[in-house]
Design a protein around this ligand. Structure first.
Ligand code: ADP
Length: 551
């Protein structure tokens, strides 16, 4: 813009200067021609007046002293006298325009340019009383001649004009453009520029405010999006159509190595499933997959997003399904275990029944066989009860309401129920501690304490003891079952809470265990938000404490 403004001003100034100079030259030149003509007319009439009084000698006398050329032409055009040339050698002048006009009208004038166009001769002719024509002429520089004579000066003047025009144009450009250049575009209305710019500045101010509000809105939405995606447990990654990672939320950044969520999708992860799913979505298909990383299982769901004519962008969701996966596996294992556990006593019952049916058993042994069938059937029943109880707890708990349950009294009930079994095992069963009340399901709590005490008796040693203790520690109620039994090896201490896990299968079966007792305790504890603590040493005994939330 600066160049264009400068060029325009410079050109305008230059054209104006040159036009003015040319017109001045023409005006001066035409003024000089006018003067010259006037002077020749005056001189001609003076000489004509002088000639009327005198004769030819008078004309020659004037002609000798006179600077301009004087010619006397006869009425037929013959040159009779010329003060600069020999009249006899001059051609007939009747055809010359000024002479012809003078012969016809009395006066005539003309001017002729020299062959080089540098000089111009002015003629004035007057018809005398005797019919002859007196002509006076004078030579002067033509306009072109005057120009060429003054050419060095003209070059100098043009150069000066150029310089002046350039300086002027530069100064004017600066003056014109300064208010525009120094416009504060952030606060357009605060500018004190040209009035003509006012609509533009108002428009700009309006646009600025609009852009600012749109930016604020965008920032707000971005913050909202960041906030939501940062709180998501699921991983979210957005890919461009070229496969570059546009966005990865916090869950993804935490899962993959630092700085890997930048650049191509390949930098994030090299898992073949991940690559297949992402490439599928970039190719326009929605894909699902499953990937294992750092011991956890993730489900991958990639959707394709069509970008106008530029291929497909993609969105990838990563969801941690480790627990779901484990639960699914546990359910499958459980079904297999249940079938197996049910099959064993049923096979025994079938076996005994067949023997009795075939009459192989002696009549005196029938009672013993019937007893065995009853024991196995009881085992079956206990197992089914335990399975039902466990599945109830698994499905979100027994619908029985929570109530205030006093644990010491519950321990007393359990002791009464197990007193007979304890005596059979030659184990002393005692209840101690202070009464303490918790909020819970009475039936579930009783079963938890029963299972613990039942194990404490079953896995005890002859003349051993089991002690049920209740109380409060740091404001939190607890119930503790301690025995002096065979103990549990450290490697098994966590696993005993798994379904159907038994340290010693044959011992457990001998004691009538189902392998579900501690699983029920674990689920019951979770239902009551209680923690389980286990201390056990082989051959010394086991202590299991259930700690309930503070009242
Ligand atoms: P079970 O019906 O076989 O007793 P549990 O789930 O109650 O099943 O217990 C799982 C396993 O833990 C038992 O088989 C046993 O090996 C071990 N166990 C449980 N309680 C004790 C304990 N007090 N002393 C020693 N071992 C125990």
């Amino acid at each position: 813009m600066r160049k264009r403004v400068f060029g325009s001003i410079f050109l305008t100034a230059l054209i104006t200067l040159l036009l003015t100079a040319s017109m001045l030259l023409i005006a001066v030149h035409s003024g000089l021609s006018q003067d010259m003509r006037g002077r020749l007319a005056n001189e001609c009439s003076y000489i004509a007046t002088a000639l009327q009084d005198g004769d030819r000698q008078e004309l020659e006398r004037i002609g000798r002293v006179y600077a301009d050329r004087i010619t006397l032409i006869g009425a037929d055009g013959t040159v009779l006298y010329d003060n600069e040339s020999d009249a006899d050698e001059m051609e007939n002048h009747a055809a010359r325009p000024e002479v012809a006009a003078a012969l016809e009208k009395g006066v005539g004038e003309s001017s002729r340019l020299s062959s080089t166009l540098s000089e111009q001769t002015y003629y004035y002719a007057l018809r005398l009383g005797n019919g002859m024509v007196l002509r006076v002429s004078s030579v002067a520089n033509s306009a072109l001649g005057a120009l060429s004579t003054a050419s060095p000066w003209i070059v100098l003047i043009v150069l000066v004009a150029l310089l002046v025009a350039a300086l002027l144009a530069s100064w004017l450009t600066h003056v014109f453009l300064e208010p525009i250049v120094s416009l504060d575009l952030h606060a357009p209305l605060k500018n004190d520029a040209y009035d003509e710019l006012s609509p533009l500045l108002h428009r700009m101010d309006k646009q600025n405010r609009k852009i600012k509000s749109q930016l604020n809105e965008l920032e707000r939405r971005q913050a909202e999006f960041d906030d939501i995606t940062a709180r998501m447990d699921e991983g979210l990654v957005l890919f461009s159509a070229q496969g570059d990672i546009l966005f990865a939320n916090r869950a993804v950044c935490a899962l993959f190595p630092k700085d890997s969520a930048v650049g191509s999708y390949m930098t994030l992860c090299r898992d073949p499933e991940y690559i297949r799913v992402v490439e599928g979505a970039l190719g326009g298909k929605s894909e699902h997959g499953r990937m294992e990383k750092d011991g956890r299982v993730y489900s991958l769901t990639a959707s394709s997003v069509t970008e106008d004519g530029q291929g497909h962008a993609a969105v990838l969701f990563l969801v941690d399904i480790t627990e779901r996966d484990q639960a699914e596996r546990q359910r499958q294992e459980f079904t297999a275990n249940v079938s197996h556990e049910l099959k064993t006593p049923l096979t025994s019952i079938m076996g005994f029944a067949e023997i009795m049916e075939n009459g192989i058993v002696r009549p005196e042994d029938i009672g013993r066989f019937a007893g065995k069938i009853r024991t196995e059937a009881h085992r079956l029943l206990t197992l089914i009860e335990d399975i039902i109880r466990l599945s109830q707890l698994d499905e979100g708990g027994d619908p029985a309401p929570f109530e205030a349950v006093e644990l010491a009294a519950l321990c007393g009930t359990v002791r009464d129920r197990l007193q007979h079994k304890a005596a059979e095992h030659k184990v002393t069963l005692s209840v101690a501690g202070a009464p303490v009340t918790v909020s819970g399901q009475r039936r579930t709590l009783e079963q938890m304490i029963f299972n613990l005490a039942d194990n404490a008796i079953a896995y005890n040693k002859p003349d051993g003891s089991v002690r049920l203790e209740t109380g409060e520690e740091h404001g939190a109620p607890f119930v503790r079952v301690a025995d002096t039994g065979i103990g549990i090896a450290p490697a098994d201490q966590q696993r005993v809470f798994e379904r159907f896990y038994r340290v010693d299968k044959s011992h457990s079966k001998m004691t009538g265990g189902t392998g579900l007792g501690l699983s029920i305790v674990k689920h019951g504890a979770a239902l009551h938000h209680a923690e389980i603590e286990m201390q056990s040493a082989l051959d010394e005994g086991t202590t299991i404490t259930l700690r309930f939330p503070k009242i």
